[in-house]
Design a protein. Structure first.
Length: 77
């Protein structure tokens, strides 16, 4: 079992809307959803400045995850 630290940038239970948003809006060039309303106000800031990735850097430094490898994705991707 893989455990990682995360910063919540979306409203709770947003992951259950992921397939519907993908089907309705598609993705932009960076692989993120267009018009993603699930982000909180501070979540937009965190993602814009890559602050939401800091916990994963901690996990890498701690040896819990590797720098190179597959990124966990949702089943419909």
């Amino acid at each position: 079992m893989l455990r990682t630290h995360k910063v919540r940038s979306m409203y709770p239970f947003s992951e259950f809307l992921q397939k519907q948003i993908f089907d309705a809006n598609g993705l932009v060039g960076t692989g993120k959803f267009k018009n993603d309303f699930r982000l909180t106000e501070y979540g937009k800031f965190l993602r814009k400045h890559w602050i939401d990735e800091l916990p994963q850097i901690y996990d890498w430094l701690h040896g819990d995850i590797k720098l190179v490898g597959m990124r966990a994705t949702s089943p419909h991707f």
